[in-house]
Design a protein around this ligand. Structure first.
Ligand code: PEP
Length: 236
């Protein structure tokens, strides 16, 4: 079953997330969607998962609670029974300066607590331009020290140059990197980076692509539903 994950980033409010989830839920029911739906709303709109929609957090600090201004820990996640977490998103790494050590610390903390972890890796443009081997060395470094045997690990390959830019990686690029990552880690592997309604089915049909992690296109529930629909027809 393909995973279609929506990263709402800093968009939507508590109210609009509720209507978004309602619209997605009824679409899933009416259209017998078989893909797995996972939605990462902004922090202020965290809520319980619905029967057919897993709610995850875009970020959390590696603590139960404490003096970590601006962050949330497991105490706040547990209020909504949230056990799914995005770690290593490129915006966390590049805008907020989360380095390899902090990302690993988060992974270690939340994996010990049995959280499902969507762990993102991906290279910036200058690495991409240096060629495939350099790309894989970069990604291997991002995975260094991460327990790739962890049972609740979902990986996402998200080239930084493709995120929010409208420049989707080519199917050849995705195939090359996904094949190589699968050799390192036999885990569900999503592609993320300017996935659109028009290219979602083609990307999800590729071998070693187990779904998509989507920002911009997922922000409107109608478009997200079209992505679920694209996943529905894929049997791998
Ligand atoms: C993302 O932020 O995870 C992402 C893939 O964004 P976009 O779809 O907008 O490129």
């Amino acid at each position: 079953m393909q995973i279609v994950a929506a990263n709402l980033k800093t968009n939507h409010t508590r109210n609009t997330v509720q209507s978004y989830l309602g619209a997605v839920e009824s679409y899933i029911d009416k259209n017998e969607i078989a893909a797995r739906s996972v939605v990462f709303p902004p922090m202020s709109a965290l809520c319980q998962s619905r029967e057919k929609i897993t709610i995850g957090a875009q970020n959390a600090y590696a603590a139960e609670n404490g003096s970590f201004t601006g962050e949330i820990g497991t105490e706040q996640l547990e209020e909504f029974a949230i056990k799914t977490l995005l770690i290593g998103h490129s915006e966390r790494r590049h805008i907020f300066g989360e380095n390899l050590e902090l990302v690993k610390r988060k992974f270690d903390f939340f994996s010990l607590l049995d959280y499902e972890i969507f762990f993102c890796v991906g290279e910036p443009i200058e690495i991409k331009e240096a060629g495939f081997e350099v790309v894989m060395t970069y990604i291997e470094k991002q995975l260094d020290g991460i327990d790739l045997g962890y049972s609740r690990l979902v990986l996402a390959y998200e080239p930084v140059w493709a995120i929010g830019t409208g420049k989707t990686a080519t199917t050849a690029d995705i195939t090359e990197v996904h094949n190589a990552i699968k050799e390192i880690a036999d885990k569900p592997l999503l592609y993320g980076g300017s996935v659109k309604v028009e290219n979602a089915a083609e990307i999800m049909s590729l071998p070693n692509v187990d779904g998509v992690l989507v920002g911009t296109t997922s922000w409107l529930s109608e478009r997200y539903c079209q992505l679920l629909d694209a996943a529905n027809g894929i049997n791998k």
